[in-house]
Every structure is written in structure tokens, then in C-alpha cells.
Design a protein around this ligand. Structure first.
Ligand code: HEC
Length: 146
């Protein structure tokens, strides 16, 4: 190693290398949130394929999501920060997506076995990327990452 290289230069080089190789630990996050830009990009595509038909292309949900339909089932809620998805910690959101709502009297299908853990995390990062800073902070304060 060239002695003229400062620690800072070394750190910068290592960081660029990590970014180039997509190394998980030092990957950049979005505004200090738990996810990376690439997760959001993957999540967006996965969302379009698996979730948008019910939750809407931007996770905006349905208009009357708080009113059950004639069959007693609730319409798909928004996931973009306007619903109550932010009341669930990351683990709870994962579980909701894996198991769906049918066993709880709802109508959402479960995606366990169909989508990997990484897919599900990407999906969550996509809809969380729509949450305003205040909502994300409220989620953290409630123990979102615990
Ligand atoms: C067939 C329609 C449908 C599809 C497809 C669907 N959902 Fe849902 N989702 C619902 C409904 C309806 C609910 C409300 C609970 C219930 O009825 O099961 C819900 C609830 C949720 C919740 C809990 C929200 C809250 O506020 O508690 C999350 C998170 C969620 N869905 C994420 C997803 C993701 C991510 C996908 C795609 C992988 C997806 N959903 C696909 C209909 C759907």
C-alpha cells in the first residue's frame, strides 16, 4: 500500500468498491432508511406483477378501503403511508405478505413459497419509499425495526 495514501482515500476506495460489487453491508441506503435504491427498483417491478392489481400501481389502495363490501370483506388498503400499514413492524409486514389475510377472514392471498424473503423485503422497501419522512419516523418510533 502506498504510504502517501491517506486513510480517507483508502476508505473512499473501499466504499466505491463495495458499491460497485453491491456488497450488502456498506450499500447506500435511501435517506438513512433501512433499504437501498436497488431494493426499491426491484420492489417496484415485483409490486407491478403481484400486488398492483389490488393495491394500485403506486400502492394507493382503493378509495373506500375502510368500508367493507357487500360480502363483508375489506377492499385492499393503501400501503403508501396513508393506510395503517405503518402500525406494523417490518416483521409484521413480512408476515402479512407471506400469509395473506384469508386465514384472518380477509381476502389477500399469501405469497409464501411464491416470493423469496429478499423479494418481500424489496416489496416493502418499494411501498415504504412512498411514506413521508414523518410516517417513516413514526414507524421507527413504534419499533418498526425491532
Ligand atoms: C387479491 C387482492 C390482493 C393482492 C393480489 C394483494 N393484496 Fe395485500 N391486501 C389485500 C386486502 C384485501 C388486504 C386487507 C386484509 C385482507 O383482506 O386480507 C391486504 C392487506 C395487505 C397488507 C396489510 C396492510 C395493513 O394496513 O395492515 C399488506 C402489507 C399487503 N396487503 C401487501 C401486499 C403485497 C406486498 C402484495 C403483493 C405481493 C399484496 N398485498 C397483494 C388484497 C390484496
Amino acid at each position: 500500500m502506498n504510504m502517501l495514501m491517506t486513510n480517507r482515500t483508502v476508505a473512499t476506495l473501499l466504499l466505491s468498491l463495495a458499491l460497485l460489487t453491491g456488497c450488502g453491508e456498506t450499500e447506500v441506503t435511501v435517506d438513512g432508511r433501512w433499504y437501498s435504491p436497488s431494493q426499491v427498483v426491484n420492489g417496484k417491478a415485483l409490486f407491478a406483477d403481484n400486488c398492483a392489481e389490488c393495491h394500485g400501481a403506486s400502492a394507493e389502495g382503493t378509495r373506500n378501503w375502510q368500508t367493507p363490501g357487500a360480502d363483508g370483506a375489506y377492499p385492499p388498503p393503501p400501503l403508501n403511508g396513508l393506510g395503517h400499514a405503518w402500525h406494523h413492524p417490518l416483521k409484521g409486514l413480512k408476515r402479512a405478505i407471506q400469509q395473506g389475510g384469508v386465514s384472518l377472514g380477509g381476502s389477500m392471498p399469501g405469497f409464501e413459497g411464491k416470493l423469496s424473503d429478499a423479494d418481500i423485503e424489496a416489496l416493502i422497501s418499494f411501498f415504504q419509499s412512498q411514506w413521508p419522512a414523518m410516517t417513516y419516523q413514526a414507524w421507527l418510533d413504534r419499533g418498526g425495526l425491532r
